[in-house]
Design a binder for this molecule. Structure first.
Ligand code: GDP
Ligand code: GDP
Length: 438
């Protein structure tokens, strides 16, 4: 299911990141932070009234440089207009209305997107202070007063955002259809790969209108198996916004990833794994999606014995949080190994949907505990009482323990490795949730 994107736009220092952090801190479904990806986090998943959305701080996309503020604000506003379902336009009551606020407001108004004019730093409860009234001149309708520092007005603002979300529609595809997102940085070969796949003789293709605004879905049947390739707007038609804004191209992938069962993460073999690739893979991982790392342009890599294995190792080193993902080496140009992709997609989709019986699971946990004793602290030892799988896609396990403080990350990793060793789960992240129980 596609999660709506909500973008925060506003001048530097109006309080965007304070707001972002406040909301992020309050999020109900906490996704585990991925080392190496979260350093400069600009997006977060938020759940409000049972609906999940992605909140983006556009101010974090590029660092501000003093003399280019207006230009950068415009670009951020453009991005927000292009990708967000709802825009939070933040102004600062302490600064009052500024010329750049006015300019940005004009752009946002023209876009026709829902824009919520949010006046930050209204640090008192009660009546709207007189200073706030001038913002009505922006012609963006009503004002939402908030104080990000004190957490005032947050619920009302989130409710207002929520109002604009379109109906929560399920994808109309049958459960047997595997939805595949083809993602990667610009020029990695996404269009080439999709065209190659769809151009194959044994593939029966029909283009269907995507269920979300920006996506084109291509339905394809291969030897009786059904796939939908999800293509985001940026892949086929170039966007108005410059292609070279690095992080923007990363964000393009999100909508596709959110809807997918399986992500094909394309790496340009010549460039190797880049920062952008890490960000895209990190998003897929945190979203709990099954992934295949597709090293493309293998035709132009000079090869000796062991090149491929060496390369695979390096990919897994760079994407250390995703060592579960299979790596395939292809050429979208020559078609080398492209026909192996379907089998691999089916395989990882099945792995992500695996259910382990509670009996087998607890046998395994029992053995794991016997092999490596759980950690102890100040005379108290971690006890694992019971485990059960509560969800698939990704496989999610609840582990009941005596004391959360004793459940160290290293032991969690150990248990995850044991689960993988015994049950596979190749290509899919798995989640372990622990609950205390006396
Ligand atoms: P950004 O550049 O828009 O992301 O702004 P920041 O979130 O970094 O905030 C800029 C400054 O404004 C910081 O010193 C914040 O502590 C302060 N600030 C943010 N929100 C509020 C607020 O609600 N009230 C007050 N008084 N200060 C705030
Ligand atoms: P996208 O931006 O990710 O959709 O990338 P494109 O599919 O447009 O490909 C970018 C460039 O890389 C084009 O010039 C392609 O012809 C080229 N390209 C794509 N795949 C391959 C490949 O497997 N081998 C080689 N040599 N070139 C490729």
């Amino acid at each position: 299911m596609a999660k709506p994107i909500v973008a925060i736009v506003g001048r530097p220092n109006v309080g965007k990141s304070t707001f972002f952090n406040y909301v992020a801190g309050k999020r109900i479904s906490i996704v585990e932070d991925t080392p190496g990806v979260t350093r400069d986090r600009i997006y977060t998943e938020v759940e409000w009234r049972g609906r999940k959305f992605t909140l983006i701080d556009t101010g974090g996309i590029e660092p501000y440089s003093e003399n280019k503020i207006m230009q950068q604000m415009k670009r951020q506003a453009e991005m927000a207009v292009e990708m967000a379902e709802v825009i939070v336009f933040m102004v600062d009551m302490k600064d009052g209305l500024t010329a750049s606020d006015k300019e940005v407001a004009v752009m946002l108004r023209k876009s026709g997107k829902p824009v919520i004019l949010t006046v930050n730093k209204v640090d008192r409860v009660g009546e709207l202070p007189a200073e706030a009234y001038e913002f009505y001149n922006l012609g963006l309708g009503d004002i939402m007063p908030i104080s990000s520092v004190h957490g005032l007005g947050m619920g009302d603002l989130l409710d207002e955002i929520f109002k604009y979300f379109s109906e929560d529609v399920e994808d109309e595809y049958d459960a047997e259809v595997i939805k595949v997102a083809v993602v990667g940085k610009p020029n990695a070969g996404k269009s080439s790969l999709i065209n190659k796949i769809l151009g194959e003789e044994r593939v029966i293709v029909s283009e269907v209108a995507g269920t979300t605004r920006d996506a084109i879905d291509t339905y394809a049947e291969v030897d009786g198996d059904k796939f939908v390739f999800i293509d985001t707007a940026g892949i086929r038609r170039k966007s108005k916004v410059e292609e070279n804004i690095e992080r923007y191209s990363v964000m393009r992938a999100w909508g596709a990833v959110d809807r997918a069962d399986v992500c094909l993460i394309l790496i340009d073999a010549v460039d190797g794994v880049t920062e952008q690739d890490t960000k895209i893979a990190g998003y897929a991982h945190e979203a709990g999606k099954a992934s295949i790392i597709v090293v493309n342009k293998w035709d132009i890599v000079e090869k000796e014995t062991g090149t491929l294995e060496e390369y695979r190792k390096r990919v897994h080193e760079k994407l250390g949080f995703m060592t579960y993902a299979p790596v395939i080496f292809i050429s979208a140009k020559t078609g080398q190994r492209v026909n192996k992709i379907y089998e691999l997609i089916k395989y990882v989709a099945n792995q992500a949907a695996l259910r382990i019986s509670t009996g087998m699971l607890n046998d395994l946990v029992g053995e794991a505990v016997a092999m490596v004793q759980p950690p102890s602290d100040k005379g108290k030892r971690l006890k694992i009482l019971y485990a059960t799988q509560v969800a698939v896609k990704p496989p999610t396990f609840v582990i009941f323990i005596n004391n959360s403080e004793l459940f160290h990350y290293s032991y969690e990793r150990y248990l995850e490795n044991q689960l993988r060793k015994n049950f596979g789960f190749e290509g899919t992240p798995i989640k372990l949730i622990h609950r205390e129980k006396e």
